[in-house]
Write a protein that binds this ligand. Sequence first.
Ligand code: OGA
Ligand code: FE
Length: 359
Amino acid sequence: MAAAAAAREDETASYMQQFDGRLNKYDFHLEEIPRLSHKDRRAEALIAAEKPVVLTGTSLVKTALKWSLPYLEANLGSGDCNVYESKTNRFKYYDDKKLTSTPDFKFVPPTHLRQMTFSEFVTELRQCEKNPKRKKRVYLQQPLNDTVGPAIVRDFVHFDWEWLRENQSRCNWGPLTSNLLLVGMAGNLTPAHYDEQQNFFCQVEGQKHCMLFAPDQFENMYPYPIGHPCDRQSQLVLEEPIDSNVFPNVSKLRGVHTVVGPGDVLYIPMYWWHQIQSLADGEHTTSVTFWYRAGPSPKEIKWPLSVEQKVAVTRNIEKMLHEALKDPNEVRHVLRMIVDGRYSATNWKTPYEGMEKPV
Ligand code: OGA
Ligand code: FE
């Protein structure tokens, strides 16, 4: 057993070694995400346990492996696509529905969303690539919908839906909600955030460095408050030195990472933080996501709650307070009043003073 585990570690280590010097340097500890054949029982066990794993040898999106830019240009259809434009390599997500809900603060959107055909996008991409300073970057993020042409529909129909259904039912996930097509430039970076869905992240062209952080890293990742347009995003800029006076928990930060290439499928469990960057010395990258809603909550709740359940509870409390009070300063005030008034150690002689523990 130990020998097998060691051999497996070596296998993974040698896999990541080839990227030495090609990835950003990070101050925190990163372990490697296991790479396993999709037929391997251990891969199934990791998915069932909501742990990240890179699945190799799947035919999940085999028919998409030919989705080069000219192929997509010829077959995606003439409908408009969502293209984010950024002045830096960071493409931080924000929810523009939340833009008006923080009256005290002026939010400057970090990226600009434009609509254009795939063909127009390719022209922009080529122009941006030619500019040596890369003062403008583009990142296409478009759900695959019914406007795609017949060849893409055929490729889509031949995705390995049976394998997906098996996983979905084994893991008791809810319905598939969407497939996002991502086409980005070398070096484009999606900053650390978590999604409230399960994700089979399929790499189609080029390579991406994926760093994941378990849900128990919530406090080390410093998420924005729920009413902020950057809800679910980390306030940390991981690729730059982090001020430990401002973010003291950063010394405790621990993650896992891998590089995915064409044909690889990375399972990104719900609530796991992830930061994804197209390798800077490569070409453009293409990925397709499979997002699934969480399954129904278990019939029997067990205490203590799991970290994931606590994140969900925290979100619900924050959401309720934010919706009721509107102003983030008031949310802070009410939370402080509760904690300082009734839950802080200084106001307790013993927990539940005056109550006796049943024998
Ligand atoms: C995701 C995601 C970003 C990217 O699939 O959930 O955040 O740049 N992807 O690939
Ligand atoms: Fe994501």
